[in-house]
Design a binder for this molecule. Structure first.
Ligand code: NAI
Length: 325
């Protein structure tokens, strides 16, 4: 099977297929699930991205409306909207360079990301299958949860990193732009491993525990505050937009573009964990060099030990789903 299921650490998964360098010039980006809580602000941010020439929006409801609205914004890109009628999905993804997928059902209070598996895995499968058929050269970034299980070849951990940098800057009174906290592992609960020691920031043990917990369960904070109306949408849209832009820069030939991503990875393969999020150099091929984790404190080594068995379970669930299809 061409899809290898697994899950993400922070938020986006990229499914890489062969990329031809010519695609970098006419840059079409398709957003599937574009009328949703993440899809709309993400599409708005992408409309501001000057390297995108065509933004194609698809949803089972209301994508033409969102597209009409965005198309009045005075940036260069063309915006088109599609519903399932008249082969809308096919037209949305054909010739896309990048396909971003925020389609799916979000969490309600009390739900884990894993509770979403059955519904969202089916949605992602259908969309990924159409993408494979009509846009075999496109890169795919999957946001739909549970990322650890619905993602295929690569996923990105941008939201966890965005959150960590903000939370650390709040504690230290610094500019979040200068706080670069690497988060590795996966994208749910204990599989989210923030490597705070590498930032050089000094915290007491209690502070470190509280901060780690907040990063691991930052998504729950939003789900609770939204009280049944949804999960993180705006911070996720920001993160997915940043990731898409980084990927576009790399596809256009820029070197040294590094984003954390959940990818098929050799780092913990010997322990039976085939997918793992770490810093990844993006390239014209999508995923380039996978960086190792760097020095870990004892506390972080313990977090890693706790994360690996959970990740293994999440990955197995995604792989099983794919094999049963
Ligand atoms: P939402 O319910 O507001 O929007 C989802 C959109 O997907 C809706 O417009 C719906 O019509 C559309 N949709 C459903 N089935 C579809 C299909 N087959 N084809 C095309 N579109 C379809 O949900 P929201 O808040 O935008 O979240 C979307 C997903 O992102 C959820 O699975 C959520 O758990 C996940 N998420 C992931 C995060 C991450 O860090 N990876 C962070 C936050 C949310």
């Amino acid at each position: 099977n061409q899809f290898h299921a697994h899950r993400i650490v922070v938020g986006v998964v990229i499914l890489k297929r062969a990329f031809s360098s010519s695609a970098a010039n006419a840059t079409k980006v398709a957003v599937l699930g574009a009328a949703g809580g993440i899809g709309q602000p993400l599409s708005l941010l992408l409309k501001h991205n000057e390297s995108i020439s065509h933004l194609a929006l698809y949803d089972i409801v209301n994508a033409p409306g969102v597209a009409a609205d965005l198309s009045h914004i005075n940036t260069h890109s063309k915006v088109t909207g599609y519903s399932p009628d008249n082969d809308g999905l096919k037209h949305a993804v054909t010739d896309a360079t990048i396909i971003v997928i925020p389609a799916g059902v979000p969490r309600k209070p009390g739900m884990t990301r894993d509770d979403l598996f059955n519904t969202n895995a089916g949605i992602v499968k259908d969309l990924a299958t159409a993408a494979a058929q009509y846009a075999p050269k496109a890169f795919m970034a999957v946001i739909s949860n549970p990322v650890n299980s619905t993602s295929m070849i690569q996923k990105v951990t941008t939201l966890d990193v965005v959150r960590s940098s903000r939370f650390v800057s709040e504690l230290k009174g610094t500019d979040p732009k200068n706080e670069n906290i690497l988060v590795v592992g996966g994208h749910s609960g204990v599989t989210i491993i923030p490597l705070i020691s590498q930032s050089g920031a000094k915290f007491t043990d209690d502070e470190l525990k509280a901060l780690t917990h907040r990063i691991q369960f930052g998504g729950d904070e939003v789900v609770k505050a939204k009280a049944g109306t949804g999960s993180a949408t705006l911070s996720m849209a920001f993160s997915a937009s940043r990731f898409t832009n980084s990927l576009l820069r790399a596809l256009n030939g820029e070197n040294g573009v590094v984003e954390p991503a959940y990818v098929r990875s050799p780092l913990f393969e010997s322990k039976g964990v085939e997918y793992f999020a770490s810093n990844v150099e993006l390239s014209r091929e999508g995923v380039g060099k996978i960086h190792d984790l760097g020095p870990l404190s004892q506390y972080e080594k313990d977090l890693l030990e706790a994360a690996l068995p959970e990740l293994k379970k999440n990955i197995a669930k995604g792989v099983d789903f794919v094999h049963k299809q």
